[in-house]
Design a binder for this molecule. Sequence first.
Ligand code: HMG
Ligand code: MG
Length: 322
Amino acid sequence: LTADHVRIVEVGPRDGLQNEKKSISLETKLELISKLAKTGLTTIEAGSFVPAKWVPQMASTSEILQHLIKKPPHSDNQIAYNYLVPNIKGLEDLVKIMDAEGATAGSKGDPEFSTTTEISLFAAATEAFSKANTNCTIAESLERVRPIVALAKEKHIRVRGYVSVALGCPYEGPNVAPSKVADITATLLEMGADEVSVADTTGMGTAPRTLELLKALSAAGIANSDLALHFHDTYGQALVNTVVGLEHGVRIFDSSVGGLGGCPYSKGATGNVATEDLVHTLHSLGMHTGIDLEEMSRIGSWISDQLGRANDSRVGKATLAR
Ligand code: HMG
Ligand code: MG
């Protein structure tokens, strides 16, 4: 990444859809991913290998992976498809499918591969959220990371880590200790994660507390190049906090087309910051994303219609109204 280039991680097909009550067909999910693949995005979260009884909407992830291996959508650039795995079983399920299809993870940057397969694992910065989201303590969740990273490395699968509730917890409130977030982030990186996305799950983050958190991460020796920021926009602060992250030197941001989403274990949390809004803000600041804003806006409007929900992207609506 050059200083003025930002990589956007599109999490709509996973974070965006996982909380939708109405069942979404496999065809719609694949169509969403196929459309996103043509916007210039380079990383798309495509699903998660979690028990259907916990997150029913993600039950079709196996089929999505199979499809993306066999018939990846056309794209002018290489795309990394990412899958969430909460434990070793999730990764084993993924690897089983890849092995059955004779697929390799591919390696980013190698032009031989049009797509690569990556995973994300997750931990939380508070005990209460860890229990709710993963049914275990923070320490236990970090123990779960070891075998996941070991198998991923063996299979050449790139690993992303998440640290949830970094700027506020639905159970413990807004004042999550930055040092705790920094400790967990550092631990995930030491354990072999290739990048860690620090998540404001509840959208409680403010500009000053985002800055405080980023300073704590830097003070703990964490390089900006190893960091991503994942803002939910529940309080409308995601873009302000993005600018704080950008000024601090972070160059990877997560977002969701149409502002889709919410978290099943964070009551009242609305979607991720809309990709359209993020792209518009970044471009206005002279940053490059490689993303076609008009195309992204059309997708935000299309998927909102499909889901029968309002389009949560102001920029998307304004762009299409022009
Ligand atoms: P558990 O119930 O404690 O698991 O859940 P267990 O190990 O006791 O197993 C119970 C049953 O589930 C067993 O089956 C296992 O085989 C099965 P049974 O013997 O009863 O028939 N099982 C699985 N099945 C399919 N896939 C698996 C799997 N693992 C076990 N991977 C567990 C523990 C971690 C699995 C559960 O708590 C879980 O799935 N948590 C994830 C919940 C989730 O998906 N949350 C949303 C994603 S995270 C997020 O949105 C935050 C993020 O966006 C960042 C942010 O904004 O903060 C990333
Ligand atoms: Mg999230």
